[in-house]
Design a protein. Structure first.
Length: 172
């Protein structure tokens, strides 16, 4: 997997101060995507253990609330193994940090394991999934942590337990 960027301080892609990984590769090709250069799977630089260690070091600060995964598309089959390895190491070393992921795939499809080999397993490691493609006709700049009204902010553990989508209720 390649990655486009690691943002050391991000306040736009989830609550609090976050570290964000922008992966490369996306087949959704949403109209007026904010990051179209990341559609190319070869864009950016190779992602490996060195980058995981960098992210772990960045996350291990008291003012950092968690990790956000964006793209590109973290759930593309080509990206799942590397993203899963990252989130496993975050969970093992920094279990107090929350993990958000943005995906053009719908929760129901990912939960059913219909996207690649690791979609369900990766989903199970997340706290929050912002799902659904960006839809230009539903763009709403007033929405928090998402770009279009069709996208949902999903509490993943509660949804997996309930067997249906449970929307995130922010707790301060």
């Amino acid at each position: 997997m390649n990655y486009a960027d690691i943002k050391k301080v991000d306040v736009a892609n989830g609550p609090g101060v976050r570290v964000s990984l922008f992966v490369s590769g996306c087949t959704h090709h949403c109209k007026e995507c904010f990051n179209p250069e990341t559609w190319d799977f070869s864009f950016g630089s190779p992602f490996g253990q060195k980058q995981i260690e960098e992210i772990l070091k960045l996350l291990d600060r008291s003012y950092i609330r968690g990790l956000s995964l964006l793209g590109g598309e973290p759930f593309e089959p080509e990206n799942q193994a590397a993203v899963l390895e990252l989130v496993r190491q975050v969970r093992a070393q920094l279990p107090q940090k929350d993990i958000w992921c943005y995906s053009g795939y719908l929760f129901e499809v990912l939960a059913a394991g219909k996207v690649g080999e690791h979609s369900r397993e990766l989903l199970e490691q997340l706290d929050i999934l912002v799902d659904g493609p960006f839809v230009l006709e539903q763009k709403d700049l007033g929405l928090r942590f998402r770009g279009s009204a069709n996208q949902r902010i999903i509490d993943v553990p509660a949804s997996l337990k309930a067997g249906n989508v449970q929307l995130w209720q922010e707790i301060q």
